[in-house]
Design a protein around this ligand. Structure first.
Ligand code: EPZ
Length: 431
């Protein structure tokens, strides 16, 4: 099994460009199912989760081609003939369940494996299911699969323009990103108007809404907590460019905060990361917005200050950057407290960091971090995508050599991670 070997305490400098956003690209790929024609998506990151979503789309019968060098994906959903997302693919990547909304809306039925939990939490899908039922679908759960079908039996109803779903008002108990995406996609072809209250507001939701609108969907309020979708008869093909990845940007911003001289993170959009960047400034990091196109981090001489962090749905502090900023706080003098409010079990990186000399105590949803002078390199394990990235950052700043194993987790969401870090001066290799 591959591992990263990192020799710490190298100074980072120069420029690095973030790739297309994983947590938008996967949804645009699922949304392509809704189209009557071919879809071209640019700036797609070459990551394992994209390859898995390509497998899912091909399993359904779509024609998919991916030019990895040009980062351009072409999807032709015309020949889709299966409506099932199988367990072996959903187990590999939970985001596979996002084909449910498009398949249900376009074909009237879908069979999708129940994703089950993962390392960071139970990852329920009850909000998704309640939303589909509100739109007029019937759901049956058996043998580890969810069967969803339009209450309108048989072939496409001859009623008003033959819609499988009926628009309605849906109130989310929690602003779930996946549920917002699934229901928004399903509602594009429903009859009449759908309103989603307490919707998720992440920039990736706006990207998906803009993608659907480019296909002819009628959507208002993307990025707010109230999204209105007016159903249309069908959607057409489009050419679209995925937004840059804010979480990858935050990862490189933190790497620069840990051991950078002067680093510019290109395609890092400040307005998508405001809460995170302002928190870094509060700690004492010299971080500068370059007209919302890139972010520059410079070394500081004065001591950094401890802080409190509480993860929340956007625009709150992003849970995906919680393991990442914990590495920085682990060497900030004083006591910092990080509270994880979005997932039940997102402190898998803490024990590994403590093996590197950090002094972090987990108490329920809180991590109490007592800053130490420095971390020391050690063999550690990646338990999930962001925990793995956090351990790489810890290795960059630690004294001596760090080996991060199980890096397949990291390959799921970071394109050319070690190459980008090497280009900044990090000493990191794959073994
Ligand atoms: C998305 O997951 C992201 N994944 C996650 O990123 C991210 O951490 C998460 O949003 C929160 O920002 C993708 O976009 C592929 P949720 P998602 O539905 O859609 C509970 C990464 O590292 N919930 O907002 O699954 C759920 O259990 C990954 O890139 C329900 O209870 O997030 C969780 O505790 C990790 N019922 C919380 O809400 C539901 O029906 C957030 O889930 C749905 C969710």
């Amino acid at each position: 099994m591959e591992k990263f070997v990192i020799v710490g305490e190298k100074t980072l400098s120069g420029k690095v460009k973030v790739s297309g956003a994983k947590n938008s690209a996967l949804k645009l790929m699922a949304a392509s199912i809704l189209s009557e024609g071919r879809v071209t998506i640019k700036n797609i990151p070459g990551i394992d989760d994209v390859m898995t979503m390509i497998e899912v789309l091909k399993h359904l019968g779509a024609k998919v081609s991916f030019d990895l060098d040009q980062k351009v994906l072409q999807i032709d959903p015309t020949f889709i003939s299966s409506y099932e997302a199988p367990y072996e693919l959903v187990r590999k990547m939970r985001a596979s369940i996002l084909v449910a909304g498009p398949l249900l809306a376009k074909f009237g039925h879908v069979k999708v494996a129940i994703p089950g939990g993962c390392n960071i939490g139970s990852r329920q899908i009850d909000i998704h299911l309640k939303g589909f039922e509100s739109l007029g679908a019937e759901s049956v759960i058996e043998h580890g699969y969810i069967y969803l079908k339009s209450a309108r039996k048989g072939p496409k109803p001859s009623g008003k323009e033959g819609r499988y779903l009926q628009g309605t008002v849906i109130n989310f108990d929690f602003p779930s990103r996946g549920a917002t995406e699934n229901i928004m996609m399903a509602a594009t072809l429903a009859e009449g108007k759908t309103v989603i209250n307490n919707a998720a507001r992440e920039p990736e939701i706006v990207d998906l809404a803009n993608f659907l609108i480019s296909m002819g969907a009628k959507i208002e309020g993307g990025g707010t907590d109230c999204i209105t979708i007016h159903g249309v008869k069908n959607l057409k093909g489009t050419v679209y460019r995925v937004m840059p990845d804010s979480i990858e940007a935050g990862t490189f911003i933190t790497a620069a905060s840990l051991c950078g001289e002067k680093v510019e993170i290109c395609d890092a959009i400040w307005s998508n990361l405001e809460t995170f960047c302002l928190k870094l400034r509060e700690i004492g990091i010299d971080i500068e917005d370059r007209s919302n196109k890139s972010i520059v981090v410079k070394a500081v001489s004065r001591p950094l200050k401890p802080t409190y962090i509480s993860t929340l749905p956007y625009p709150g502090f992003p849970t995906d950057l919680q393991p990442i900023i914990t590495v920085l706080l682990s060497i900030v003098p004083g006591v910092s407290i990080v509270t994880e409010n979005v997932f039940e079990n997102r402190f898998m990186h803490v024990e590994e960091l403590n093996r590197m000399g950090a002094n972090i105590k987990v108490d329920g949803h809180h991590a109490i971090i007592k800053g130490v002078e420095k971390l020391s390199g050690a063999p550690v394990r990646a338990f999930d995508l962001r925990a793995g990235a956090a351990l790489v950052l810890a290795g960059l700043v630690a004294e001596g050599t760090t080996e991060v194993s199980d890096i397949y987790h990291i390959r799921r969401g970071y394109e050319d991670f070690e190459k980008k870090l090497q280009s900044l001066g990090a000493c990191i290799r794959v073994e």
